[in-house]
Design a protein around this ligand. Structure first.
Ligand SMILES: Cc1ncc(COP(=O)(O)O)c(C=O)c1O
Length: 360
């Protein structure tokens, strides 16, 4: 029997998620590799987390049973929520799939504003749903267009804020308008993976609507601010009503013992958090200003990367940068995205662009 015939009907059509930096392009020998293509936090994790994890390595033969509750409690406490508002997963990616598993029937509609994080657009091929896409407004979700696209078949609306790959954010006013007008039959997923990088102190999280009892799921991750992308921990903040169902989809613990222990230390390390945010803000300003001075069009970023139009063949531009050790990511013929790195990496990137421009 052909395996293809045995596959779940919908999954036969599943499309691969291709993460940033795969395959890694060849970098000339002797040149320092500067990987700015996947929004990893190049500042690295908190040294306190690294030190503590070394001490926990000997326990890795144990299942993480006794780490689930303290970590969930710590995350809840940190945000002013109860543990029954929190679901943890192996990266927020696994929670995106868990939400889809929980709610989608084939034929359902998902409303979103594009371009946005590719994982959401891939749900179409995995769940047999129909994505209803509106165009972004000023590179962020067009929440009014999204509201107008909701039908009785809409099951989920997704807003990535700040958006990836563009870095633009929706105003508080527009987010509130959406949340107050979204019909009750729609579950709203607000992906706040880049929330902590937003400079604007007035910027609000949609978690306040979880408190108000709305059908909303806010996704956050330890991959960005906390620099723990390799260990894979994300979480959802949602109502107890949704949490009780979503939590069942994380079989046999989900997250691993090390990251659960590390997370409890990471969220308390205020010195590291401030330094990590500062590194990003300083680097983002430096890169944004440099790109503007080169005459490129940039999108003002509230995240840990800058999306820009270099006014040249993007594929060639990316390959040219590789010759200087720099890896960034392209999005079609017009735009590319560079992640913020450590100061010396940001400089390596800017100098590489300068060198490419000087050759013309
Ligand atoms: C908007 C957004 N959501 C979710 C993720 C997934 O993050 P993770 O699975 O590492 O938590 C990413 C990763 O880049 C992202 O950009």
């Amino acid at each position: 029997m052909n395996v293809l015939d045995l596959l779940n009907d919908v999954k036969k059509e599943a499309v691969d998620y291709v993460p940033g930096g795969t395959p890694l392009p060849p970098i000339p020998e002797g040149i320092t590799k500067c990987k700015l293509d996947a929004n990893e936090n190049q500042f690295g994790p908190s040294p306190k987390v690294v030190e503590a994890l070394k001490g926990y390595l000997d326990d890795m033969y144990l299942y993480p049973a006794n780490q689930i509750t303290p970590t969930r409690n710590a995350i809840a406490n940190n945000l002013g929520f109860e543990p029954n508002n929190i679901v943890m997963g192996t990266g927020s990616s696994s929670l995106i799939c868990a939400v889809a598993d929980l709610f989608f029937n084939p034929g359902d509609e998902m409303v979103l504003s594009t371009p946005t994080y590719i994982a959401y657009t891939l749900l179409e091929s995995r769940y047999g749903i129909t994505p209803v896409c509106v165009d972004n407004k000023n590179f962020a979700s067009d929440v009014h267009g999204m509201l107008a696209s909701i039908t009785p078949k809409t099951k989920i609306a997704v807003i990535v804020n700040p958006n990836n790959p563009t870095g633009a954010k929706v105003s508080n006013e527009d987010m509130r308008y959406f949340m107050e007008n979204v019909p009750e039959h729609v579950i709203t997923v607000v992906d706040e993976a880049y929330f902590e990088w937003v400079d604007d102190k007035e910027h609000i999280s949609m978690m306040e609507y979880v408190k108000a009892g709305k059908n909303v799921i806010v996704l956050r991750t330890f991959s960005k601010l906390y620099g723990l992308a390799g260990l894979r921990l994300g979480y959802a903040v949602t109502t107890p009503e949704i949490q009780q169902h979503l939590v069942k989809l994380e079989f046999n613990y989900g997250a691993n013992r090390l990251v659960l222990q590390g997370a409890q230390i990471a969220i308390k390390d205020e010195e590291y958090i401030a330094a990590s945010i500062n590194n990003n803000t300083v680097g983002r300003n430096y890169i944004s200003n440099a790109l503007k001075s080169f005459g490129f069009d940039i999108v003002e970023s509230s995240a840990s990367f800058v999306y820009f139009n270099p006014h040249r063949d993007t594929q060639k531009f990316i390959l040219d940068l590789n010759q200087y050790g720099v890896i960034i990511r392209g999005f079609g013929p017009t735009y590319v995205r560079v992640s913020i790195g450590r100061p010396e990496q940001n400089e390596q990137f800017v100098k590489a662009v300068e060198a490419i421009l000087a050759k013309k």
